[in-house]
Design a protein around this ligand. Structure first.
Ligand SMILES: [Zn+2]
Ligand SMILES: [Zn+2]
Length: 274
């Protein structure tokens, strides 16, 4: 019975049915059950974060759903990564206020800020910087969020200019923020104190650290690093075939991101010449 309810919970989250989510929880569903639905495998909270269903997310958070449990794709994205990818700013806000770590890494060591940058989500880039995300971090290839924005085939001219300005400013000021969201006091790496355990969150005071631990860092601390193997990015991307609304195909995107794999193609698409 509980197994059936758990399955129904994830399915309800996928179709955006708040009633369905409520009913499944009342029927004894495991709130962190992982299930495949429409080619995404994750918890109800992971799927609601991806789809941007704010009401469902609020209910799941209030019932204690995990904000760190990752999707089961090779990329091992956390809910905050998928919310950033889709530019769901309200979801990002809710996750962070419930303890989600801003600079959580996926399998390519990308942070939500890098993902938002490479998908042209200007508002999310601005929001993550304001919340205190680190702009200086690099992924497994040594690319920063700014480099992701520069290399992205998805970013339009207007978005590109805005995001570059935001990221460059943050790189220059080097200002970070206290990771307890209601505080968010600005500070530098030398003045903010790191969480001694995960070394990923930073605080202006002992009091903010205690508060943040209570609102959710307790459940996230130690689950934010990705320590598994790095999947082959080219192999992963060839699994998906799609065409973006502007007509850009997955094939062209592959040629742009991995020119070395397409020696016969001389002209590749870039962020400014699509
Ligand atoms: Zn603080
Ligand atoms: Zn910690």
């Amino acid at each position: 019975m509980a197994e059936k309810a758990s399955k129904a919970l994830v399915q309800a989250a996928e179709i955006g049915s708040l009633q369905g989510v409520k009913a499944a929880l009342e029927a004894g569903a495991d709130i962190d059950h992982v299930q495949e639905v429409n080619n995404i495998t994750g918890t109800a909270l992971f799927i609601a974060s991806h789809r941007g269903y704010v009401d469902i997310l609020k209910l799941l958070l209030c019932k204690g759903a995990s904000v760190t449990k990752r999707g089961e794709g090779a990329v091992a994205a956390a809910p905050l990564h998928v919310a950033a990818l889709r530019g769901h700013t309200e979801v990002v806000d809710l996750l962070v206020h419930h303890g989600a770590t801003l600079d959580i890494r996926e399998a390519y060591q990308k942070t939500p800020l890098m993902i938002a940058g490479s998908w042209g989500q200007v508002d999310t880039v601005r929001q993550l910087i304001q919340l205190g995300a680190r702009v200086d971090l690099t992924d497994f290839r040594g690319h920063t969020a700014l480099m992701h924005c520069e290399m992205s085939p998805f970013v339009l001219d207007q978005e590109f200019a805005e995001m570059m300005a935001l990221l460059q400013e943050a790189m220059e000021t080097r200002l970070l923020r206290c990771c307890y969201p209601p505080c968010g006091k600005p500070g530098y790496r030398s003045t903010l104190k790191l969480c001694g355990r995960c070394k990923l969150t930073r605080y202006c005071s002992r009091d903010c650290q205690k508060q943040h631990w209570t609102v959710g860092h307790k459940k996230c601390c130690g689950h934010d690093a990705y320590t598994g193997e790095t999947p082959d990015p080219f192999h992963e991307m060839t699994k998906y075939k799609f065409t973006l609304p502007g007509g850009l195909s997955s094939e062209r995107i592959l040629q742009h991101l991995f020119p070395e794999k397409f020696p016969q193609v001389r002209e590749v698409v870039g962020p400014k010449n699509q």
